[in-house]
Ligand binder design. Structure first.
Ligand SMILES: Cc1cc2nc3c(=O)[nH]c(=O)nc-3n(C[C@H](O)[C@H](O)[C@H](O)COP(=O)(O)O)c2cc1C
Length: 219
C-alpha cells in the first residue's frame, strides 16, 4: 500500500536529482490511486494559452498492450524492407529494441495530444498564409506543453517510488495506436510512458553534460 503522506514529504531537488529512466519492471501492478496521481501531475502542468489539449490514457489491459506492440513490430518489418544497406538494417534493429519493451511494463500511459491550432497560426492561416510560410511561425508550443505534462508525470512517478520510460520510438505505429485506442483522427499519441516498480538492479543514469557546458549568463 502507498503511504501518500510520506510521498508528500519528498524533497523536490532529490526527486529531480535521482530520477532516471527505468526500462525493466517487477510484475507488481501499481495501484490505480498512484496512476491517478501521476495523471494529475500531468493535468497540472503549464500549457500554451492554458489549452490543456491532452489526454492521459492508462493502459493496464494486456491485450491492448500486445496489439500495440504487434503494430510496432509490423511497422519495423516494413521499414526493414525500406532501408537499403545491411548497416542501416542493423541500426534499425538497434533502434527497434528501444521501441519494443513497453508491453512488458505493468502500466503504459498513452499521452495524447489533442489537435490545437495556435492563436497566431490560426490568424495567419485565416489571412491566407501558405503552409510553407506558416512553418516559420510555428513555435511548437503544443508539443512543448505535452513535454511539460510528461515530465511532471515522470517526476511524480519517481516520487511515488515508480519508474518510467518516456518512449517516442514506438510512435512509428502512431496510426495504428489511434485505431486501437479509438482516438479521433486528428488526435495523436505523442509518447508512451511506461510505469512500474523498478527491478532491483537497474542501470545507472547515463552521464549528463556539466552545468558549464549547457549554461551561460548574459549580462
Ligand atoms: C522525448 C523522449 C523520447 C524518448 N524515447 C525513448 C524511446 O523511445 N525508448 C527508450 O528506451 N527511451 C526513450 N527515451 C528515454 C531516453 O533515452 C533517456 O531519457 C535518456 O537516455 C537519458 O536517460 P535518463 O532519463 O535516465 O536521464 C526518451 C526520452 C525522451 C525525453
Amino acid at each position: 500500500m502507498f503511504d501518500f503522506e510520506k510521498v508528500k514529504e519528498k524533497n523536490f531537488f532529490d526527486v529531480i536529482n535521482t530520477r532516471k529512466t527505468i526500462r525493466k519492471y517487477t510484475n507488481a501492478l501499481p495501484p490505480i490511486e498512484a496512476i491517478k496521481m501521476i495523471a494529475d501531475a500531468g493535468r497540472l502542468a503549464p500549457s500554451a494559452t492554458n489549452t490543456q489539449n491532452w489526454e492521459f490514457i492508462a493502459i493496464y489491459d494486456e491485450d491492448i498492450k500486445q496489439k500495440m506492440a504487434n503494430a510496432v513490430e509490423n511497422e519495423f518489418e516494413k521499414l526493414k524492407k525500406f532501408v537499403k544497406s545491411e548497416d542501416d538494417e542493423i541500426k534499425l534493429n538497434g533502434y527497434k529494441y528501444y521501441s519494443m519493451f513497453f508491453n512488458k511494463a505493468p502500466v503504459v500511459f498513452a499521452i495524447v495530444e489533442k489537435k490545437r491550432i495556435s492563436t497566431m497560426l490560426g490568424i495567419l492561416e485565416k489571412n491566407g498564409m501558405g503552409k510553407e510560410e506558416l512553418i516559420r511561425y510555428d513555435n511548437r508550443s503544443s508539443i512543448l506543453s505535452m513535454g511539460a505534462a510528461i515530465e511532471n508525470m515522470s517526476l511524480c512517478a519517481h516520487a511515488l517510488g515508480l519508474g518510467t520510460c518516456w518512449m517516442c520510438a514506438p510512435l512509428v505505429a502512431g496510426k495504428a495506436f489511434n485505431e486501437i485506442l479509438s482516438l479521433n483522427q486528428d488526435d495523436k499519441v505523442v509518447t508512451l510512458l511506461t510505469v512500474g516498480y523498478p527491478q532491483e538492479s537497474t542501470p545507472a543514469r547515463p552521464p549528463k553534460k556539466t552545468i558549464d557546458e549547457v549554461f551561460r549568463i548574459v549580462r
